[in-house]
Structure formats: structure tokens, C-alpha cells
Design a protein around this ligand. Structure first.
Ligand SMILES: [Zn+2]
Length: 88
């Protein structure tokens, strides 16, 4: 597996994002997904901060937060004596 680099700063990417744009209020829904763009955590954070729509920024932020929580849960499995693994 090749290491992808961040589309913004060329550092090592850890996440990628793609956007789905769909029509609203049309009887036959149309939607299209963008190709995915890779980001390092810092640039992704910055991107989320700069989204000019507060609701979209919140939505993306909560997806990102959840992803990070899952990553953390996965990386702490080695020394987890509390049995947090099964809390889903
Ligand atoms: Zn970056």
C-alpha cells in the first residue's frame, strides 16, 4: 500500500474526503459524488474550520470526531484494561 500525501501540504495523509451533492425537491433524485481528496489531520481540521456554512461545518466535524474516536478506540486496544472495546 502506498502512502498517500496530503493534497494541501504534501505531508502524510491520514484521511480522505469526498463530497456528495444531491438535488432536493425533485421527484427523481440526482446525486453525484466527487472523487476523494486526501488530507493530513491538520489540513482537514483547517478545512472544516473554513467551511463557510456553519451547519455543514458541524456535520463534517461530527463525522470527523466520530472517526477519530473509532481510531482512538482501535489504537488503545493494547493497554485497555477497562474493556471499552465492546461499547458500541
Ligand atoms: Zn496537510
Amino acid at each position: 500500500m502506498t502512502q498517500k500525501s496530503c493534497s494541501n501540504c504534501s505531508g502524510p495523509a491520514q484521511f480522505s474526503m469526498n463530497i456528495v451533492v444531491s438535488t432536493v425537491g425533485v421527484s427523481r433524485r440526482l446525486q453525484h459524488s466527487s472523487s476523494s481528496v486526501a488530507f493530513c489531520p491538520e489540513c482537514l481540521r483547517e478545512l472544516i474550520d473554513q467551511i463557510c456554512s456553519a451547519p455543514l461545518s458541524l456535520a463534517v466535524n461530527s463525522a470527523y470526531t466520530r472517526l477519530n474516536q473509532q481510531l482512538e478506540a482501535r489504537s488503545t486496544t493494547v493497554d485497555s484494561s477497562e474493556g471499552e472495546l465492546s461499547s458500541r
